[in-house]
Write a protein of this length. Structure first.
Length: 253
């Protein structure tokens, strides 16, 4: 039914596309370079979750806690189910989230909500091993919300790119963002692997895991804050915002 409304609330292509002057990255103003650097550092920040939590620690820990609690060897399947559930939620909400972010000046606010959720529940994952046989349930709950925060935030994060550089430079910008993310995530992952493997650290395994989850969240928060400080909210046409609000109100009826 909403589809029939789009003609009366149509928006031209020129209104929906961000307007950025054609210039090389080197010719950008200092403020624009700083805004772009804040965007890069957000990738540096949240790859702590992607590499340490999603790739290395959480899958092994969740499977181990599940196997310990149930006496089975199906922990990997349980982890896959939890991850799939998280991703399905993001896939179902991402289209609406993307439309709202593109048509209303609330990108930073949405990104902040997702980031706070991701950071907070990443830190809370560190408590899971202390819950004994219920640890896998706690970890699954924390991991689900943390992953939604991470992946949902990335939907918003990438929607900033067209407003930060000219279209001709976006491949270069994307490459730099990937490099920042890979370096940041790798540095922290090496630090975390050292915590796990160094015999000089006389900490029990549960405490080491708690330290890893908490430092991942602190890394994400500390470097991610640079984007909220340096990267401004993209400007959106007031006509585009008003048309989107009218369409949303009609769809609710």
């Amino acid at each position: 039914m909403c589809g029939s409304m789009t003609d009366s609330v149509s928006v031209s292509k020129s209104e929906t596309e961000p307007t950025v002057g054609k210039q090389s990255l080197a010719d950008m103003s200092d403020d624009d370079k700083k805004a772009l650097k804040g965007w890069y550092f957000f990738d540096w920040a949240n790859q702590a979750y992607a590499l340490t939590v999603m790739t290395v620690i959480a899958p092994a820990l969740m499977a181990s806690l599940y196997n310990l609690a149930t006496g089975t060897q199906s922990g990997d399947s349980f982890y896959a189910f939890v991850l799939t559930f998280s991703m399905i939620f993001v896939v179902l909400t991402a289209p609406a989230l993307g439309v709202i972010a593109d048509r209303m000046p609330i990108k930073k606010k949405l990104l902040k909500w997702y980031t706070v959720a991701g950071i907070g529940f990443t830190a809370l994952m560190g408590a899971a091993p202390y819950f004994g046989s219920q640890g896998y349930i706690i970890l699954a709950m924390m991991y689900t919300i943390g992953t939604i925060g991470f992946t949902g935030g990335n939907v918003i994060y990438y929607s900033f790119m067209p407003y930060l550089s000219d279209r001709e430079n976006q491949d270069q910008v994307s490459t730099w963002g990937y490099m920042y993310g890979f370096m940041g995530g790798s540095i922290l992952l090496i630090f975390h692997l050292a915590i796990l493997m160094l015999p000089q650290l006389n900490w029990d395994t549960n405490f080491k895991l708690a330290v890893i989850f908490v430092t991942s969240s602190l890394w994400w928060w500390g470097f991610g804050a640079l984007m909220f400080k340096w990267t401004p909210e993209p400007e959106i046409s007031s006509d585009l915002e008003w048309n989107s609000l009218r369409l949303f109100q009609r769809c609710k009826r």
